[in-house]
Design a protein around this ligand. Structure first.
Ligand code: COS
Length: 383
């Protein structure tokens, strides 16, 4: 662990999350992955611990903690189960955060309080079948009609889509304005006209639902507009800046789990009369794994502290996500190598870590999108 100092509260949050992960999450993670089962009981307990709205003020049902505390908890939870961490991260980063930042008092009282306290679950609907990295090309429309907007369109890759009570939905209120015509709304998933479509059968994070959602003449009250008409694209990118630090923390958690399991295995497994941890070839792998994880963690902490201080942090968030995601992929690949044939079977969790790591290079902006963000900022900064 890094010697960069954490406050007493931050250490307490980290220890609470670590204990919860070891006692409650690790024992069931592989089963939930195999059975594709949503960890309902664990999510309820995370709500009771105050982990579903960690950086939301207490007056709106949250824990009133800083972003770094949230990241410390998320890393620990993902060390046990990346699926559980994904569900927690979507609720914290992608729905509580934008309502807290852009919502009216009424919206905060109606939606945020229940989401942040873990009584309700949220999801984030930006992507569509033909609009992922190019989010502004979305086709879903929201047409103002008296006291409501009429929604039509299809959203895809929606984490928590099958279980969520509330969603942030991005839709075009004026197609001619392209990204400036995108608006954000809070939608109750029970609204007539919201239909849950097919659930994806995925490589990893298999204990989460990833759903396609259809809007068919769905009437959303006009008071559920988040911010003003046309603010949606900026709300989405601002939200993703924060979310991406969370995905980086998730990647660090997955990589840390792979490192810990690899070290334990290498000390037990014997070859040529010695534990394989005695061999330099293997030690070099462990050294590189530990170093890359530490560097990733520090990028997560730096981006979090900058966000907590109210500084501009988009570049640092993209750097953390890019580096941590690629680290998680690299570390989990080495972890399987260290475990040899056993690592390729479901008898050991390293194959799950490997499958779970891949998504961190894709969702909330691919590694290529992170490189775009980092390059743009760097080219602006150095003249
Ligand atoms: N926060 C707030 N606003 C932002 C922003 C940010 N981080 N980044 C850009 N904007 C604003 C810009 O200021 C610009 O506003 P104006 O039109 O008023 O000038 C507007 O958004 C468009 O910005 P830009 O021209 O840079 O947008 P691009 O279409 O070139 O998009 C990328 C840039 C590719 C980086 C962006 O579209 C992106 O992040 N895409 C990935 C989306 C994603 O993560 N999808 C996954 C879905 S969630 S699983």
């Amino acid at each position: 662990m890094s010697i960069v100092s954490l406050s007493e509260v931050q250490e307490m949050v980290q220890n609470t999350a670590r204990e919860f992960t070891n006692n409650e999450i690790k024992p069931v993670a592989s089963i939930n992955d195999k059975e594709h089962s949503f960890p309902e009981d664990i999510i309820r307990k995370l709500g009771e611990l105050g982990f579903m709205g960690m950086a939301v003020p207490e007056q709106y049902g949250g824990s009133g903690l800083d972003y770094l505390s949230y990241m410390l908890a998320l890393e620990e939870i993902c060390r046990g189960c990346a699926s559980t961490g994904t569900i927690m991260s979507v609720n914290n980063s992608l729905i509580c955060a934008p309502i807290n930042t852009f919502g009216t008092e009424v919206q905060k009282k109606s939606f945020l309080t229940e989401l942040a306290s873990g009584k309700k679950l949220g999801c984030f609907m930006l992507s569509e079948p033909e609009a992922g990295s190019d989010a502004a090309s979305m086709r879903t429309t929201a047409v103002l009609n008296g006291d409501h907007y009429l929604f039509n369109g299809t959203k895809s890759w929606i984490t928590n889509g099958a279980e969520a009570d509330f969603a942030i939905v991005f839709a075009s209120t004026d197609k001619s304005l392209k990204h400036k015509g995108v608006s954000a709304f809070i939608v109750n998933m029970k609204t007539p006209g919201v239909k849950i479509g097919k659930l994806e059968d995925k490589l990893g994070i298999r204990a989460t639902s990833t759903a396609q959602i259809f809007f068919e003449d769905c009437k959303v009250p006009s008071e559920n507009l988040l911010g003003n008409e046309g603010d949606g694209f900026k709300i989405a990118l601002n939200t993703l800046d924060g979310g991406r630090i969370g995905i980086a923390a998730q990647a660090v958690g997955i990589a840390q789990a792979a490192l810990e399991d690899s070290v334990i295995y290498a000390k037990e497994r014997k070859a040529f009369g010695n534990p394989i941890s005695d061999f330099q070839g293997l030690q070099f792998m462990i050294a590189d794994m530990a170093t890359r994880i530490e560097a990733s963690r520090l990028l997560v902490w730096q981006a979090s502290v900058m966000k907590d201080k109210g500084m501009k942090y988009g570049k640092q968030s993209a750097m953390a996500k890019l580096f941590a995601a690629e680290t998680a992929m690299w570390v989990t690949t080495k972890a399987i190598q260290i475990h040899g044939g056993y690592g390729y079977t479901t008898d050991y969790p390293v194959e799950r870590y490997f499958r779970d790591a891949k998504i961190t290079e894709i969702y909330e902006g691919t590694s290529e999108v992170q490189r775009i963000v980092i390059a743009r900022e760097t080219l602006k900064e150095i003249q």
